[in-house]
Write a protein that binds this ligand. Sequence first.
Ligand code: DAH
Length: 339
Amino acid sequence: MKDKIKIYLSEVESFTTDTIDQLEAFRIKFLSKKGLIPALFADFKNVAPVDRKELGQHINTLKQAVQQKIVSIKESIDQKTVSTNSSIDLTLPGESEIGTRHPLSIVRNEIIDIFSRIGFSVSEGPEIEDDFHNFTALNFVENHPARDMQDTFFIETDPDILLRTHTSSVQVRIMENTQPPIRTISPGRVFRNEAISARAHCIFHQVEGLYIDTDVSFADLKHTLFYFAKELFGEKTKTRFRPSYFPFTEPSAEMDISCNICGGKGCNICKYTGWVEILGCGMVDPNVLENCNIDSEKYTGYAFGMGIERITMLKYQINDLRLYFENDIRFLRQFESTN
Ligand code: DAH
């Protein structure tokens, strides 16, 4: 009997197959009711008591070997079935969808492009600012009501630190560090404590423009912005300047363009006036130049600032600011661009 078990064991150890049918035949041969192992247990009754312990162990070892063999062969057959029957073809190239730029990025890039063509560089400043760069240097005197024009997010523990309310703060940083001629635009994110609605958001984007040199005049400002409006909104675009007030420019103005939706005839976007406002501008106040260590006797300059959201709304006829921030793929897919 001992020899028989030995022969079976070596048969079990060398057994191999890759079909379920052969594995099943193997199982039946050894483990079924009429199989070899139950037969061994049946013969066991005739074994002399002294040999029983040893032989019992041998039969159990054989039984375990058969069971383990079945489990391990089954596992390897299952794995092969998954990899050959699976619909996943790992050799195929990845499926990719080409992304599109966000409309605000498209318009920002276009604005940068237009000003780059006439010699403006691009500069940036910090979003977390101090009072000096956001207000004081820009001629907002302490307690001046103009500070209320912009609902500022202050850092609670330090009222000197705030989230910049406009990119005009970058003007100050540039003038502090550079002597004229300066000709630069500064795109960036700004923050105001506003309730979110279709027309207002607490985070939005601006582009600031600054030109400082000897003999810069209001005519230079008008000409530059006229060129800009035509480049961005089309050759037929008309512009007009209205007097306005900003603490950091004197004189100050706001620029309107002829409504590009109705062509100036009047619609609900231009509130039936035929004109839409797109930016604020003016000649840099001499106080601001002096605050930034630039000689106001020698140099003059102009500045302008525009909101990218507003310009994008006009360009693409978007009627709700919140769409920019929701990342709805159906909205974003409409803006295909190469720049
Ligand atoms: N900083 C102004 C604002 O956020 C926009 C602005 C107006 C910027 C006139 C300028 C300017 O540089 O000259 O409303």
